[in-house]
Design a protein around this ligand. Structure first.
Ligand code: E4P
Length: 215
């Protein structure tokens, strides 16, 4: 499974990229706003740090405007992927962009029906928001299983990016379901390393090694 980081923060992207396990980056308007800097310059800098798909979201609401905005963003770097919201206008825009070989990550997906339409429109990536579904009492990972089954039935090219990840369990469940990608917040990535028994084990090995004669 590919792991993307879900942030627009350059320091955190650099840190996680140094681990050697990072395959891409997803941003969204909320994450970009936190960085309080020029959007296009930020996207270009992220592309220079991570050699993988970098998602940047269009804010227009009508298809022709989405397409125009997307074409401009796509010119920033060959790794830029255009995030388009799951709407009728978004599907129309995705159809055009896919025909121009501009990769689309269809975002704000909350149902299998939406995912099916996104795949039919030619989205390269589909982003179901599992955490937000859990937040309202629905089963986000159940949706991932549904979508993976649909894509397998028809051998559809779209890759599923499990998004709105809230904890390491979401990441593990995504992998167990065979999702292509999980986009993971920095804090959740850090939590994936942590286990008290690992810490206890390292301490014990260090203490016992100190007793080994060194000459
Ligand atoms: C993908 O990049 C999504 O925009 C992101 O995972 C949403 O996460 P949130 O539901 O915590 O805002």
């Amino acid at each position: 499974m590919k792991i993307f980081i879900d942030t627009a923060n350059l320091d955190r992207i650099r840190e996680v990229n140094s681990w050697g396990i990072l395959d891409g980056v997803t941003t969204n308007p909320t994450l970009v706003a936190k960085e309080n800097t020029n959007f296009e310059a930020l996207v270009k800098e992220i592309c220079h740090i991570v050699d993988g798909p970098i998602s940047a979201e269009v804010m227009s609401v009508k298809a022709p405007d989405m397409v125009a905005e997307a074409r401009k963003l796509a010119k920033l770097h060959h790794n830029v992927v255009i995030k388009v919201p799951m709407t009728e206008e978004g599907v129309k825009a995705t159809k055009v962009l896919a025909s121009e070989d501009i990769k689309v990550n269809m975002t704000l997906v909350f149902s299998a029906a939406q995912a099916l339409l996104a795949a039919k429109a030619g989205a390269r990536y589909i982003s179901p928001f599992v955490g937000r579904l859990d937040d309202v009492g629905q089963d986000g990972m159940k949706l991932i299983a549904e979508i993976m089954n649909i894509l397998d039935n028809y051998d559809m090219d779209a890759e599923v990016i499990v998004a709105s990840v809230r904890d390491p369990i979401h990441v593990v469940e995504a992998a167990r379901l065979g999702a292509h990608i999980a986009t993971v917040p920095y804090d959740v990535l850090k939590k994936m390393f942590a286990h008290p028994l690992t810490d206890i084990g390292i301490k014990r090995f260090q203490d016992d090694w100190a007793k080994v004669p060194k000459k």
